[in-house]
Design a protein. Structure first.
Length: 223
């Protein structure tokens, strides 16, 4: 069995729970409160700054030139493609680029990126990919699910661009490339190594759920 199928099986329930989260459903139905979306966009912007560095580290750890080049493309795509979506939304809401960058990450956001950066710095290339993959794969699944379930969602004046960006074939092909690379790299690996990779994948799938939940209502800290 391909390793990615095993991973998918492992996180089926948590991904299903994510698909039913009111933030996600709100994006599809178009009735997500705008304050939640602004909170998400700001938190996600600083998340993406750290997440981009995972691709840079992927390039460092790559053992083949072609692999190195795709990680470099992913880094470029995140900084100039995906983050441009966020900058566009920020302009709509009157939030400056500086304000976006100065967003203080909530503790869950910090814990999520620190976990991945720690794995990326101290682990193998296979560990790095297993930790960062739920982020890309789950967004692709969510946006496809939403585009299917709510056929007019991609025309929504506010959330339509979000759905279109993440359900695009371009984003899909990047996720597929990573899935196939991981399948290739894990062929013939012993169970003890696969179990570690599975654990990273499960942990960051849980963080994905927590991220949606964190931005839905926000967190109120006394200081
Ligand atoms: C919390 C959080 N999780 C996943 C993504 C999605 N995402 C992040 S990087 C990337 C690929 C290339 O830019 C994708 C699809 C996000 N934005 N925020």
């Amino acid at each position: 069995m391909k390793f990615s199928l095993r991973l998918h099986e492992k996180v089926k329930e948590i991904w299903e729970k994510t698909h039913q989260h009111p933030f996600v459903i709100g994006l599809g139905k178009g009735d997500l409160p705008v304050e939640s979306f602004i909170r998400y966009m700001k938190q996600d912007y600083v998340f993406l700054i750290d997440y981009s560095k995972l691709f840079a580290l992927g390039s460092v750890k790559a053992r083949e030139l072609d692999t190195m080049a795709v990680f470099a493309k992913l880094l470029h795509e995140t900084l100039h493609g995906e983050m441009e979506l966020h900058r566009g939304y920020a302009t709509k809401f009157g939030i400056t680029r500086q304000q976006l960058e100065e967003t203080k990450p909530y503790p869950i956001n910090l814990a999520y990126t620190r976990y991945m950066l720690n794995v990326a710095q101290n682990g193998t290339l296979e560990e790095l990919i297993s930790a960062l993959l739920p982020c890309m794969w789950s967004y692709w699944e969510i946006s496809k699910m939403l585009a299917n379930k709510y056929p007019t969602a991609s025309e929504h004046p506010l959330y339509g661009d979000w759905i279109k960006t993440y359900s695009s074939n371009e984003f899909g092909s990047l996720a597929i490339w990573l899935i196939e690379l991981l399948n290739h790299l894990t062929e013939g690996k012993p169970e003890r190594e696969l179990a570690i990779l599975e654990e990273h994948f499960l942990t960051t799938s849980r963080f994905e759920y927590m991220f949606w939940d964190m931005v839905y209502e926000g967190e109120d800290w006394p200081v």
